[in-house]
Design a protein around this ligand. Structure first.
Ligand code: ZN
Length: 441
């Protein structure tokens, strides 16, 4: 989650910083107990919301919005006071009230979203569903704390995280925390690793020096991002200096994943039975591989985006719709490239460093000649790698031609490619949606 705020001239961003936790056995047990209580609270909320819904329906009322956050929070107080075990102990009170209140808040938010979607007539498959029961087996632990519920304290081993109830946990400070955190989310992944994700108010970065350069970016399948740049002297560069080749992380992991999945298929038991240890082990291993692939992709995307933003003031990129490639024969390779996440990384870096990023409407950018502006009459199949213009006989690498078109359409080449400047509006393409600009800080 990345949110930006403006306070007068000084701008701050809310940024998440995530660190690995190394809880002791005791701490792990206590975290799980906290989570068990939060899960219980969540499930009681689901139950109560259902009960009220049915009550409303029986009485002929259509809307059941009165179980909002305030009511739910009051209901939590009642739950904490009245839930007893067989010895009469009010065990829910032993857990952190902050974490439980946050659980209720999350529940209310999810419920509100679902009701709003329903009200707005969003189709059942697409709208958010009402919150459902969380089972012990299929849910992973997540605990949220506001400043009231956690602190950082120095121990002889370094700075530790202390959660409400006095749970102290060593943190792996892989990088320094840039400010005082306003909240923390402690969560467990499917491998059983624990993480703390802090929300920090961070001052905006010092601005990068201006470069006078602009770049046009065309996303694709074999080369993930094809680039063409123009510098302050209007010199166009079509070399591969900034191109991002397809890293194929998923393809490399595919063989191992397939083997694990075959093994898991053999070990699978009916739904109600406890899965075998071997099955669980393979499942964990598969999740680990997938996570590794995801991290590699993220890392490559971030490094590339940072370089693009550092070296260019103005960035033009296709307003890419991943659905198109998902329908082609190269769907698997396209998905492995994770173009959307690269685009997201670029948007974030541009925002962070106050660079101009224009998302260019992609219609005709592959069919148009960047030199003379003529649009090819025929469809150009994906395997055709060179663009040959019928009007001016120019021939260019297909993706470079598109990248140049991105630059033109975004208005970053005032003199046109090769000194020719056919205006976009001179091209009769019917009604064309406008480019989108990513807002700047
Ligand atoms: Zn041409």
């Amino acid at each position: 989650m990345r949110i930006c705020f403006m306070y007068g001239i000084l701008s701050f961003m809310k940024v998440r910083y995530t660190y690995r936790l190394r809880p002791s056995k005791t701490a792990r047990r206590r975290l799980m107990r906290e989570w068990g209580m939060c899960r219980y609270v969540w499930n009681r909320m689901v139950e109560e919301s259902k009960r009220r819904h049915e009550l409303n329906r029986d009485e002929g009322r259509l809307h059941d919005e009165e179980f909002g956050d305030k009511t739910a929070q009051r209901y939590l107080t009642i739950l904490r006071n009245l839930t007893c075990d067989e010895h009469g102990d009010r065990w829910l009170r032993e857990g952190s009230v902050v974490a439980q209140q946050q659980t209720v808040r999350d529940f209310s938010k999810a419920r509100k979203k679902a009701l709003l979607d329903r009200k707005n007539g969003i189709a059942p498959g697409k709208r958010a569903g009402l919150p459902r029961f969380k089972s012990k087996r299929d849910s992973t632990a997540t605990l949220n704390y506001t400043t009231r519920g956690f602190s950082l304290y120095d121990d002889d081993g370094g700075t530790r995280l202390r959660l409400a109830g006095g749970i102290g946990i060593p943190v792996v400070w892989s990088r320094p925390l840039p400010g005082k955190p306003s909240s923390v989310r402690v969560s467990q992944d499917t491998d059983g690793h624990w993480y703390a994700s802090f929300v920090v108010d961070k001052p905006a970065e010092t601005p990068l020096p201006e470069t006078g350069r602009a770049i046009g970016i065309d996303p694709g399948v074999s080369t993930l991002m094809t680039c063409a740049t123009i510098d302050a002297n209007s010199t166009i560069d079509e070399t591969d200096a900034y191109d991002l080749p397809h890293p194929e992380y998923g393809k490399k992991a595919q063989r191992e994943l397939a083997r694990l999945q075959r093994r898991m298929a053999k070990e699978r038991r009916p739904k109600r039975q406890k899965p075998s240890n071997r099955y669980l082990k393979n499942k964990r291993r598969a999740a680990e591989i997938q996570r590794r692939v995801q991290r590699q992709r993220q890392d490559t995307a971030n490094k590339w985006a940072r370089r693009i933003v550092r070296d260019h003031d103005n960035i033009a990129m296709e307003d890419f719709k991943p659905k198109f490639l998902a329908k082609t024969t190269m769907a698997r390779k396209a998905a492995d490239g994770a173009i959307a996440s690269v685009k997201h990384a670029l948007e974030w870096q541009a925002l962070k460093h106050s660079r101009t990023l224009r998302l260019v409407n992609p219609s005709d950018t592959t069919k148009r000649c960047a030199h003379c502006g003529a649009i090819a009459k025929h469809r150009i199949p994906l395997k055709e790698r060179t663009f040959r213009c019928d009007s001016c006989r120019m021939s260019r690498a297909r993706d470079k031609n598109s990248a140049l078109n991105m630059l033109c359409r975004a208005g970053f080449i005032p003199d046109g490619v090769d000194g020719v400047n056919p205006r976009w509006d001179a091209v009769p393409t019917g009604t064309r949606p406008a480019n989108r600009e990513i807002p700047r800080l």
